[in-house]
Design a protein around this ligand. Structure first.
Ligand SMILES: *[C@@H]1O[C@H](CO)[C@@H](O)[C@H](O)[C@H]1NC(C)=O
Length: 305
């Protein structure tokens, strides 16, 4: 038995049935290429699943301008660039798994809905703002001049013409007390969440339904994202009560296919211990082996000749 498993693994490698490649999209204040951050994640993936190709999304020509692009720019344009970039990477052409960290999570969901060529198999998001944020995120512990600059500009008014088109965080800001203004002014989130009452994009739903798994991870002690439950698509109503996904029209009317996916057991709602983006090696490795490893148990049922 043991021998046949080993030869099966060799077979799989020879047939190209190794683990799917992985694409990472970092969060706010981070960059594509920090060895301590996305580099650490890539290292852990490659340790757990040797031979796995890992690509970290980069906007801008170098890590520094990539970090800038996490604060300043138009996410619709950035997403289009990422669609074009991923389409040109030969290793990804048969599809891939993806992990989005914080805002990178809703952006990767945007990739699935708008492009998805090549297609994402499992999409995992850590502490993302799928339902938006009711506050522009704070600037964490380390003083980050970009973050402080972003906040000072956003203070001019999240929905003013300049801010809404140039500050990334404004593009997923949602004022629960001014829902109509949000619908009219926000250039990204209402579209990607199919919230326009008269216009639902069927492609968005179709593409999201093509996922094998959508894994929504919330941080247990998240104090950066308001509300932290946005990671599970929960959000405040006008009275300030937190409304679970299942009680929102987004779900009950299945605007994005979330209801269908969930009833099909293809959404996993998970909780990661700790504060926003404080992911332990242990937790990350658990997620990697659960969702990024290829389907060995299924293949093992067939005995190689
Ligand atoms: C729906 O979204 C797709 C992908 O972004 C886009 O190509 C298409 O034009 C949109 N359809 C409508 C009716 O807006």
């Amino acid at each position: 038995m043991k021998k046949s498993v080993i030869s099966l693994v060799c077979w799989m490698a020879a047939l190209g049935l190794a683990h799917k490649p992985v694409v990472l999209w970092h969060g706010m204040g981070d960059s594509c290429c920090d060895p301590e951050s996305m580099g650490r994640v890539a290292g852990l993936i490659q340790e757990a699943l040797p031979g796995t190709f890992v690509h970290s999304v980069q906007i801008g020509d170098d890590p520094d301008s990539d970090a800038n692009a996490g604060f300043f720019g138009n996410i619709n344009e950035q997403l289009e660039k990422v669609c074009n970039d991923l389409a040109e990477i030969p290793e990804l052409q048969d599809g891939f798994n993806a992990i989005g960290f914080s805002q990178g999570g809703q952006f990767l969901r945007g990739y699935v809905q708008r492009c998805n060529q090549p297609a994402i198999h499992n999409l995992i998001t850590f502490g993302s703002q799928h339902a938006g944020v009711s506050d522009i995120p704070g600037c964490a512990d380390q003083p980050d001049f970009r973050c402080n600059l972003m906040r000072s500009i956003a203070r001019r008014g999240v929905y003013t013409d300049y801010v809404r088109k140039h500050i990334i965080q404004a593009q997923y800001y949602k004022d629960p007390k001014n829902y109509d203004v949000y619908l009219n002014k926000n250039i990204f989130l209402p579209d990607i969440n199919n919230e326009f009452l008269l216009h639902k994009n069927k492609t968005y739903k179709q593409n999201l339904l093509s996922l094998n798994k959508l894994v929504l991870i919330k941080f247990a002690e998240d104090e950066t994202v308001r509300p932290a439950e946005s990671a599970w698509f929960w959000f405040y109503n006008e009275e300030g009560d937190l409304i679970p996904l299942e009680d929102q029209p987004l779900y009950t009317k299945d605007w994005l296919g979330l209801k269908t996916l969930n009833e099909d057991n293809r959404i996993d709602f998970e909780v990661c211990p700790g504060a926003h983006m404080r992911i332990s090696d242990e937790y990350l490795i658990m997620i990697v082996s659960k969702y990024l490893s290829s389907d060995l148990p299924l293949l093992m049922q067939q005995t190689p000749a």
